[in-house]
Write a protein that binds this ligand. Structure first.
Ligand code: CU
Length: 228
């Protein structure tokens, strides 16, 4: 009987531990109160003689995850004030096989990207991005604030890849919400339907070569793209 009681106690302790670990990981999940931002349809567009649905998606990168955007939306509830963040959500939705134009307002400082590959736009229409309206084929590798890098979950359209660098804000470390920003604009043709993941490839965190802290905390520099 004593053995049986101990067996039950051991199983219960194990179950409690597993539940606690599960809750701990669940807490690390981030869910924006603003839900999924759905790209807005702006009609049709012709690229290389082919017609596509054309949508526009807005992105914002803020130098501090605390506080609100210029229109009063919370950047990242409970966000670490010394960490940057994509705002105000990290979940986006676009249609499949459409032309997606991204308008990215970038307000953060940065530094040197550790691989110059990520200093050039990859997978955009025409191989360019526009910085404050000016078309460029890259940003100086020591002038990168963040990248918007997108690929499918394993098995989802493995040929699709997009990566676009955002230059450091005009006011560097002194940039604030809606002040000193860079407007980065680019278009790409979306892939097949499925779940895609985006992240930043500029090591904007601390430790682990800059890939710790904000870079390894889901929701600041990473999220999903739902291609439907
Ligand atoms: Cu980043």
């Amino acid at each position: 009987m004593k053995k049986f009681v101990w067996a039950v106690v051991t199983v219960l302790v194990g179950a409690v531990l597993i539940a606690a670990i599960g809750l701990g990981f669940h807490d690390q999940q981030y869910s924006s109160p603003y839900g999924t931002e759905v790209a807005k349809s702006v009609g049709m567009i012709t690229v290389n003689g082919k017609q596509y649905q054309h949508v526009v998606l807005n992105l914002v990168t803020e130098p501090s995850a605390q506080g609100t955007t210029s229109n009063g939306q919370i950047i990242h509830p409970g966000g670490n004030p010394s960490w940057p963040a994509y705002a105000v959500t990290n979940e986006y939705q676009i249609p499949a096989n459409a032309v997606v134009t991204v308008k990215w307002s970038q307000y953060d400082s940065g530094g040197v990207v550790n691989n110059p590959y990520f200093a050039k736009p990859r997978g955009t229409i025409g191989g360019i991005e526009r910085v404050n309206g000016k078309p460029v084929t890259g940003v100086a590798a020591d002038n990168i604030a963040h990248t918007f890098t997108l690929r499918g979950e394993p098995g989802v359209d493995p040929r699709f890849f997009l990566s676009v660098p955002g230059p450091i804000s005009k006011l560097g470390d002194n940039a604030e919400n809606n002040k000193g920003g860079q407007l980065v604009q680019f278009s790409f043709i979306s892939g097949k339907p499925g779940l895609y993941v985006w992240n930043c490839e500029f090591p904007c965190g601390l430790s682990v070569g800059g890939f710790g802290a904000v870079m390894s905390s889901y929701g600041y520099m990473s999220g999903h793209m739902h291609v439907v």
